[in-house]
Design a protein around this ligand. Structure first.
Ligand code: DQA
Length: 146
């Protein structure tokens, strides 16, 4: 099973960036932990973080026909990017949307997502653990279809 993990803008700053909101773990730590969990289940997890919308779109196109599911934290693009939503829909695989913070308890502009209505699931406010919940959800979904 192949899963692509995508992280959007400013998530490379995790650990340093507003730690009271996003926690103290770095993105490298989060990805290393998730990769180990994935390996235990024989899941091949690849990861891309980018601050550029076009790089994220290109990364999605590049896995067309070669990935079973996506875990994405679109970060600020959650609230702005029809283009990234369309890219994910164009490859036709299930995806889980993750946010470290509880976006519903924050500014009103964070309460709309261009992804949630087409996601398999949405996890927010659970911190870095949200990524492992997302992996669980995708794994169960994909294995129950086999
Ligand atoms: C975020 C929430 C977004 O509103 C914000 O722009 C981010 C991170 C989160 O993980 O809580 O960059 O996606």
């Amino acid at each position: 099973m192949k899963i692509l993990l995508l992280n959007g803008p400013n998530l490379n700053m995790l650990g340093k960036r507003e730690p009271e909101i996003y926690g103290s773990q770095s993105l490298d730590d989060i990805v290393a932990q998730l990769t180990a969990t994935a390996k235990d289940r024989d899941i091949n997890l690849s990861h891309i973080q980018s601050n550029s919308e076009s790089a994220l779109i290109d990364a999605v196109h590049a896995v067309f026909g070669n990935v079973d599911g996506i875990i994405i934290n679109p970060a600020a693009f959650t609230h702005t990017s029809v283009a990234l939503r369309d890219a994910i829909l164009s490859i036709g695989v299930p995806f889980v949307e993750v946010h470290l913070s509880n976006v519903h308890a924050r500014e009103p502009f964070r309460q709309h997502s261009y992804f949630s209505d087409v996601a398999l699931g949405v996890i927010c406010g659970c911190g870095a653990q949200g990524y492992s919940f997302a992996l669980d959800t995708l794994y169960k979904h994909l294995t129950s279809k086999e």
